[in-house]
Design a protein around this ligand. Structure first.
Ligand code: GA4
Length: 320
C-alpha cells in the first residue's frame, strides 16, 4: 500500500516527454477526516495498491522545511556526502541501489527510523549538516509513523481485524523496523532530455509506504494489465500476505526525463524483525483458502535484500 501526501493536479504542461501522459486511472483521493475514509482506503488497497491522502494533519511547513534541508544536503560537495556512504544499507548512496548490482539515476539517503538515528552511517549524514536537518527528520518520522498507524487502524476497523491494533501495533512498537528514504533525482542537462530509469521497477517489502515528493513528475505505477501510467505522486509487500492477497502490492518505478530535479521522501513502515508474518486468521475462512505460509519479517527481509529490484519476492511465502 502506498500513500501520497500531495494534491493531485494533472497538469500536462509539466511533462517533458510526450510519452508521459497523465494517468487515465483516477488516483483515489482520500480525506482522512471523512467518515467513509476506511471504506475508501480498503477499496483503494484492493484495486490499485495506492492512494493519495488529504487532511492528514502533517503541518505543511514541516514538509517544506525537510525538503529544503534535504536539498541543502544533496547540494553539498560529493566528497562530503560520501563521508556518509556507502550505504550499509543506511547512509548516503549514489547510483547503486541495494547489494545486488541494481543501478539508478539518483542519489539518496536511507535512515533507520527506529533505533533512533544511531547507526554510524546515519550519524555521518548528520555530521555534515545543521542540527535543523536532524530535527526535521525526527519530527517527520514521528508524523509518518502516526499517519501509517492511523491508516492501518482504519483498515483494521473496516475489515474487522482481531485482535485490535493487530496491524498498527507492528509499527507503533519500539522495535518496529521502519526506515526513511530521501531520493534525489538530478535534473538532466541534455536537450532533449534522455529517458533514464531513476529507480527501477519494484514493489516495497514493508507493510505500508508513505511517499511525499516535490512537484516533479517521474513516478509510474504498473496496472493489472501490465501498462505503466504516470502517477507522479504514488503506492507494499507483506500487507498483501497478511490480508491473504486481498490487498495489492503495487509495482512502481521512477523515470528521469525531466528538466527539474525530483525529490521524494518515503517512510517505509515495517514490523519488528522477530514478527511472524502470515495471513490473518480472521481473513481466511477455510484453511484451504490460505495462500501464504509463515515467515518472520527478518527472514523475509534477508530474502529481499539478496534479490534484485525487479524480482518477484512474495513467492517465498506462497503455499505449494
Ligand atoms: C525497496 C524499498 C526501500 O527503498 C528499500 C529498498 C532496498 C534498498 O534500497 O537497499 C532494496 C529494495 C527496497 C528491495 C529489494 C532489495 C532491497 C534494494 C534491493 C535491490 C530500502 C527496502 O526496504 O527494499
Amino acid at each position: 500500500m502506498v500513500v501520497l501526501l500531495q494534491p493531485v493536479t494533472f497538469n500536462s504542461d509539466v511533462y517533458v516527454n510526450p510519452k508521459c501522459k497523465p494517468s487515465p486511472v483516477p488516483v483515489p483521493v482520500i480525506d482522512l477526516t471523512d467518515a467513509d475514509a476506511k471504506t475508501q482506503i480498503v477499496k483503494a488497497c484492493e484495486e490499485l495498491g495506492f492512494f493519495k491522502v488529504v487532511n492528514h494533519g502533517v503541518r505543511p511547513d514541516l514538509l517544506t522545511q525537510l525538503e529544503e534541508e534535504a536539498n541543502k544536503f544533496f547540494a553539498m560537495p560529493q566528497y562530503l556526502k560520501e563521508k556518509a556512504g556507502p550505504p550499509d544499507p543506511f547512509g548516503y548512496g549514489s547510483k547503486r541501489i541495494g547489494p545486488s548490482g541494481d543501478m539508478g539515476w539518483l542519489e539518496y539517503i536511507l535512515l533507520n527510523a527506529n533505533h533512533h538515528l544511531s547507526s554510524t552511517k546515519t550519524t555521518a549524514v548528520f555530521q555534515q549538516t545543521h542540527a535543523t536537518f536532524r530535527e526535521a527528520v525526527e519530527e517527520y518520522m514521528d508524523e509518518m509513523k502516526r499517519m501509517a498507524c492511523n491508516v492501518l487502524e482504519m483498515v483494521e476497523e473496516e475489515l474487522s481485524i482481531e485482535p485490535k491494533e493487530k496491524l498498527s501495533k507492528l509499527v507503533k512498537v519500539e522495535e518496529s523496523d521502519s526506515c526513511l528514504r530521501v531520493n534525489h533525482y538530478p535534473e538532466k542537462e541534455e536537450t532533449p532530455a534522455k529517458e533514464e530509469i531513476g529507480f527501477g521497477e519494484h514493489t516495497d517489502p514493508q507493510l505500508i509506504s508513505v511517499l511525499r515528493s516535490n512537484d516533479t513528475e517521474g513516478l509510474q505505477i504498473c496496472l493489472k494489465d501490465g501498462s505503466w501510467v504516470n502517477c507522479w505522486r504514488y503506492s507494499s509487500g507483506i500487507l498483501s500476505v497478511m490480508t491473504n492477497g486481498r490487498f495489492k502490492s503495487v509495482k512502481h518505478r521512477v523515470l528521469t526525463n525531466t528538466k527539474r530535479s525530483r525529490l521524494s521522501m518515503i517512510y517505509f513502515a515495517g514490523p519488528p524483525l522477530t514478527e511472524k508474518i502470515a495471513p490473518m486468521s480472521c481473513l481466511v475462512l477455510k484453511q484451504e483458502d490460505r495462500l501464504y505460509k509463515e515467515l518472520t519479517w527478518s527472514q523475509y527481509k534477508s530474502h529481499c535484500y539478496k534479490s534484485k529490484l525487479g524480482d518477484y519476492r512474495l513467492g517465498v511465502f506462497e503455499e505449494q
